[in-house]
Design a protein around this ligand. Structure first.
Ligand code: TXA
Ligand code: MG
Length: 325
């Protein structure tokens, strides 16, 4: 397949409406969009990404007021969360509407719904006028694409078009909150923190490690199977380090890369380093750095453990997964 490189909102929307696959930017990461009501398109989307069929996709809308295009019901809690954080880096899991393809939701009764904040994304969604299923734009298991060139590396020849736009500003995927029953449950941390959510809905809590299986104690199906698959992994071996740490100098630094917020003695001898000015910059540049390490065929990368505040909490979650668990 010949992939078109485009910068026209109308063209992107047209391809999606016609059942094609278009990578487009959002403020979190780039997504690969397909019409969520078209099972053939969604099937091709899973194939293009090499994504396991039991990992559901998020449905993207241009406006939270259009929630009923994807979901069959909106609880008060979900409404309040959407009012406060949409458009933005939040996905709410709601009861599924029957017109959404079952492939999108991997057979679940629920659907993840998100309204991205990036104007280009919203314009494409508005123009497409269909609910758009969009996973992160990367080969399944790899670091998410936060630049159109990274998307091209993984998906050129596998999807119909790539929208060439600026890098994603947040760089970490949306916070996923299950609002489909009872207490809201954070399934995946993101730029919207647990504390922010609890200010709006105090009973919101985080999914615990022992719940990341089939059922919670209440019998509620948590089932965010995505959290169980390998994710965000470059070819290089990733190791988290707390600095300052002497062992990073000397022998280990040969043919290794480093990224983090702090510099330390000896870091100059690493063939590939990136020191970020802030935790937000670190989150925004993390996946792209992992990809750069692979481009340079470096086999090991040390990543400074992210501080656990703000987006650092979500970044640390991605770092752990990039390490392989
Ligand atoms: O920021 C984002 O969310 C990006 C951009 C493109 O919007 N998208 C994204 O999609 O990260 P993806 O497919 O890489 O991750 C979707 C996550 C997975 O962990 C999946 O299991 C979860 O959302 N998810 C989707 N639908 C769900 C549902 N019905 N119930 C529970 N989890 C769901
Ligand atoms: Mg993903």
């Amino acid at each position: 397949m010949l992939t078109e490189y485009i910068d026209s909102i109308e063209r992107a929307a047209h391809i999606i409406r016609a059942g094609g696959l278009v990578a487009f930017p959002t403020e979190t990461v780039f997504g690969i969009g397909a019409d969520a009501t078209n099972s053939d398109a969604v099937k091709r989307l899973f194939a293009a990404k090499g994504r396991p069929g039991n990992n559901p996709l998020i449905v993207h809308l241009d406006d939270a007021a259009h929630w009923s295009r994807a979901a069959s019901d909106l609880s008060d809690v979900a409404r309040v969360m959407l009012d406060c954080f949409s458009p933005g880096p939040l996905t709410v899991v709601l009861p599924k509407k029957e017109t959404i393809s079952e492939l999108v939701t991997a057979g679940l009764e629920t659907v993840g719904v998100r309204v991205p904040a990036l104007p280009i994304a919203r314009e494409i969604l508005r123009s497409a006028a269909v609910p758009v299923a969009a996973p992160s734009a990367n080969q399944s298991g790899r670091p998410s694409g936060t630049t159109w060139k990274a998307v091209a590396e993984d998906l050129d020849g596998r999807i119909d078009a790539i929208f060439t736009a600026d890098s994603s500003s947040i760089g970490i995927e949306s916070t996923v909150v299950d609002c489909s029953a009872g207490t809201p449950l954070v399934l995946r941390p993101g730029a919207i923190t647990l504390e922010q959510l609890q200010k709006i809905v105090p009973q919101t809590r985080e999914l615990q490690a022992d719940e990341k299986s089939e059922m919670t104690a209440s019998g509620r199906q948590v089932n965010s199977p995505g959290i169980l698959h390998p994710h965000y992994q470059p070819r290089a071996k990733v190791m988290m380090v707390d600095l300052p740490q002497k062992e990073l100098t000397g022998e280990q630094s040969k043919d290794a890369a480093y990224c983090g917020l702090d510099v330390f003695d000896g870091v100059e001898s690493f063939p590939c380093i990136k020191v970020f000015d802030s935790i937000d910059d670190y989150a925004a540049g993390f996946y792209e750095f992992l990809r750069e390490v692979d481009r340079q065929a470096i086999e090991r990368v040390f990543v400074q453990t992210a501080p656990e505040h703000g987006i650092g909490f979500a970044l640390r979650d991605r770092q752990r997964r990039a390490c392989g668990g």
